[in-house]
Ligand binder design. Structure first.
Ligand SMILES: Cc1cc2nc3c(=O)[nH]c(=O)nc-3n(C[C@H](O)[C@H](O)[C@H](O)COP(=O)(O)OP(=O)(O)OC[C@H]3O[C@@H](n4cnc5c(N)ncnc54)[C@H](O)[C@@H]3O)c2cc1C
Ligand SMILES: Cc1cc2nc3c(=O)[nH]c(=O)nc-3n(C[C@H](O)[C@H](O)[C@H](O)COP(=O)(O)O)c2cc1C
Length: 589
């Protein structure tokens, strides 16, 4: 029998019907076939009415452990998708956050799926640091007999693309695990390839034979999966800009746009701590430069696609390889092989590549060289309880100069320069359940948010005001100059007056000869900070990931050392304990 036909010619179906059934059956896993057998048997017993007759609950038989290392929720969402599909296919899935992972359980996992994002410069997500370190360390348990598969999420614009997923995949193998499916390293447009990878991997992990060869089907649930929550639509919504204000003074060297967006059909049910993704448009001038440099000016359809759909700035080693292949340029090929690409990429964009290796391109070439234009996330700076069907954001315009060329951040400068009141934007909610106000409104909160890091704390304070939360709140804010860069200054003063904010400490780095940052303010207030934390306060950090978040964490560790006389190791363990208890949360970028 060929792989494309399972049913014999003698089966009591017409040719077309047999082909349709074969199309499904040939690709079905043993578990899916067993389920179908049970379904059809039950259907007959129920007189052909799938909804009418209850039957036994499905036998969830095959244990499957799904672990995820996630910062902004993508890997976590995919881990949920794996579990959902696995359950339908007769597995008994267990989903575990790396933050809660006990390594001793892994050797007994049997079948293991790991989904991991890479953050920082090739680092694990913050919540995954402990378990990841243990797994990479000498004390990690052997995984002989464990079948595993790894899905890595990343962004090709980073030099260390998918570093954590790659490292996990190699580590599981080194510990004796057996790779059941090849790892996939996915870029920001991961949704479709991830769904395909999940399907293929579950098939590979499915047991060769299923007990009794038939899975009992619960007909009471046959019309839909009872444990599936109805998910909110993932399609972008179109919103109207109703407020567009620069929060910095006209004499500041920074520009931070306060954006109020109105949802016509009601704002999505967002919570303080969530972000909103904006689908930006590229700079039309840059689009025209690229079209001119590639000999494609005048192609209006392509111009439209480059404006709104393709990423025409990001340059990665993969982009250069694709460029060399598409153009057939010997110079570009030699450059790829030279080993100099990685250093050259730093601070450069696609236009630099096109200028270095001039070539006539086709629209198809440009399509294959570039990736889809990814949306950008912005912390929501409002509470629905205060602003109703609006969402507020604070967006800092990214402008810089490298190699003699002025560069603009795609989304932030689109918002700063080309969007005004009345304009429309496409947006999508990005929930973050790991950056949440305490469930008990009486719990104190400490918020550290320099620059646009302050955005979610405006939402926190609005929410606590609207709900008359009795807990105290303390904000650390920092920026360059008091007079030019004190974002939402009047609102913080009002919040202090109405007691929705208890305390504010500010650090303006360039108002005095020596630089002062939020971590220096934490040092100065160490005793009070420790007192709040010992009293159960939750601690939040938002903003710069590269330096600030690390410096702030180090300052909190220092506070426990100096105030309580703990050793560095004990103070570090104490802060790690706060993280594990979700009392120290961060949303950094
Ligand atoms: C969860 C989350 C929440 C966020 N919240 C906010 C927020 O509230 N407000 C906010 O403003 N941003 C926020 N951001 C950041 C935001 O998503 C964008 O990354 C930011 O606005 C830049 O996007 P862009 O399209 O303007 O720039 P891009 O076109 O993406 O360009 C940025 C890139 O330019 C390069 N670059 C930038 N500066 C320089 C330089 N000086 N020299 C060399 N290269 C440079 C870097 O490679 C950088 O990655 C958040 C990010 C995340 C993940
Ligand atoms: C501040 C920041 C740093 C990042 N660093 C890397 C990196 O070094 N390598 C990489 O491949 N991806 C990097 N990414 C991309 C993330 O891995 C990617 O967005 C992923 O989908 C996030 O998944 P998560 O939501 O599960 O955390 C970074 C993203 C951000 C916002």
């Amino acid at each position: 029998m060929s792989r494309s036909a399972l049913l014999p010619r003698t089966a009591p179906f017409g040719d077309g019907e047999r082909a349709s059934l074969d199309a499904v059956l040939v690709n079905a896993s043993p578990v899916q076939r067993a389920w179908l057998a049970g379904f059809l048997a039950g259907l007959d017993a129920a007189g052909g009415q799938a909804q009418a007759a209850p039957a036994q609950a499905p036998k969830a038989s095959e244990p499957l452990t799904v672990i995820y290392a996630s910062e902004s929720g993508n890997s976590e969402k995919l881990a949920g998708d794996v579990a959902k599909l696995a359950r339908k296919q007769g597995f008994k899935p267990k989903v575990v956050d790396f933050a809660d992972l006990d390594l001793a359980t892994l050797p007994k996992a049997g079948k293991l799926v790991a989904i991991a994002a890479t953050w920082g410069e090739g680092e694990p997500p913050a919540r995954a640091v402990r378990a990841y370190g243990e797994l990479m360390g000498e004390g990690a348990p052997r995984l002989d007999g464990v079948e595993f598969a790894v899905l890595s999420l990343g962004d090709t614009s980073y030099a260390e693309f998918c570093a954590i997923g790659k490292a996990l995949d190699a580590r599981f193998e080194a510990l004796g695990g057996k790779r059941a499916a090849e790892r996939a390293d996915l870029d920001l447009d991961f949704e479709t390839p991830a769904a395909d990878w999940i399907k293929g991997t579950l098939k590979a992990l499915a047991p060769a034979a299923v007990p009794d060869n038939v899975v009992a089907v619960d007909f009471a649930r046959a019309g839909g999966d009872g444990d599936e929550e109805s998910e909110p639509s993932r399609d972008p919504a179109v919103v109207e800009v109703v407020e567009h204000v620069n929060l910095n003074s006209s004499r500041s060297d920074k520009e931070t746009i306060h954006l109020a967006l109105a949802f016509e059909d009601g704002a999505p049910a967002y919570e303080p701590g969530d972000s909103l993704e904006i689908y930006p448009e590229n700079d039309p001038q840059l689009v025209d430069e690229i079209l001119a440099a590639t000999g494609l000016s005048g192609d209006e359809a392509l111009r439209k696609a480059l404006l709104a759909e393709r990423d025409i700035t990001t340059l990665s080693a993969a982009t250069i390889e694709r460029f060399a292949k598409a153009t057939g340029s010997e110079d570009a090929k030699a450059f790829v092989e030279s080993g100099e690409v990685r250093a050259w990429l730093e601070g450069r964009n696609l236009i630099d590549l096109i200028e270095r290796f001039p070539a006539k391109l086709t629209a198809e070439h440009l399509g294959s060289i570039t990736r889809p234009l990814p949306p950008r996330a912005y912390s929501i700076a409002s509470s629905r309880k205060e602003v109703g069907d609006e969402v507020h954001l604070a967006i800092a315009a990214v402008r810089y100069q490298t190699f003699g060329r002025k560069r603009s951040g795609v989304a932030s400068v689109h918002v700063a320069d080309r969007i005004r009141d009345g304009a429309k934007l496409r947006v999508r909610l990005k929930p973050n359940k790991h950056f949440r106000l305490p469930a008990d409104p009486a719990t104190d909160i400490i918020m550290v948010g320099p620059g646009t890091g302050v955005a979610p704390f405006r939402a926190f304070v609005q929410e606590r005001r609207a709900t008359e939360a009795p807990g105290r709140s303390w904000l650390f804010f920092g920026d360059r100059h008091f007079t030019h860069d004190f974002l939402y200054q009047l609102e913080w003063q009002e919040a202090l007056e109405d007691k929705s904010l208890t305390k504010i400490d500010v650090a303006f780095s360039r108002d005095q000869p020596e630089k002062i940052y939020v971590q220096n303010r934490i040092d100065q207030h160490a005793a009070e900070l420790v007192e709040w934390l010992d009293g159960g306060a939750h601690f939040y950090v938002c903003g710069d990931a590269k330096q600030m978040a690390k410096d702030v964490r180090a300052a909190v560790v220092r506070a426990f050392e100096t105030v309580k006389g703990l050793s560095t190791a004990d103070a570090e363990a104490h802060v790690a304990g706060l993280e594990r208890a979700r009392k120290y949360q961060q949303d950094v970028y």
